[in-house]
Design a protein around this ligand. Structure first.
Ligand SMILES: [Fe+2]
Ligand SMILES: [Fe+2]
Length: 134
């Protein structure tokens, strides 16, 4: 499986947010590598670190959006909460990942999808707002 890259379409033009998004992508790649090597105990710790970093990222992002007075900050914060609830599904898939190569691949695909398609793509809604001239 190819390394996950942060697509340029998902660059938000905000230094803090972009750096954190890159770190989240790096986390996914490290977790995938660790699982592929069969080191599931290490991967469990990394997954925990990933989720707590994600939580902090959501907090930072909401703080930035509030400061910049993004009108839909409340909706976006609700969506962050939903994602954190959905992450329980990832933990279930992770628990099964050590059982077979197929289960491992299923977990990694779900993890990538969760970050890129669910979490990061939703940020595009405030991209033009943040990059708009004052
Ligand atoms: Fe984000
Ligand atoms: Fe977000």
């Amino acid at each position: 499986m190819k390394k996950l890259e942060l697509p340029s379409s998902l660059k938000m033009h905000n230094e803090t947010i972009d750096a954190e998004h890159q770190k989240l992508v790096d986390f996914i790649n490290t977790i995938a590598n660790t699982c592929n090597k069969g080191k599931f105990e290490d991967a469990a710790r990394l997954l925990e670190d990933f989720l707590s970093f994600l939580k902090r990222h959501f907090q930072h992002e909401e703080d930035i959006l509030r400061k910049e007075k993004f009108p839909q900050v409340g909706d976006h914060a609700e969506y962050h909460k939903k994602l954190l609830r959905d992450s329980a599904r990832l933990l279930k898939l992770f628990d099964a990942a050590s059982e077979s190569d197929e289960a491992n691949e299923k977990f990694i695909i779900a993890l990538r999808y969760f970050l890129l398609d669910d979490a990061l793509k939703a940020d595009v809604m405030f991209k033009s707002f943040l990059s708009a001239p004052e």
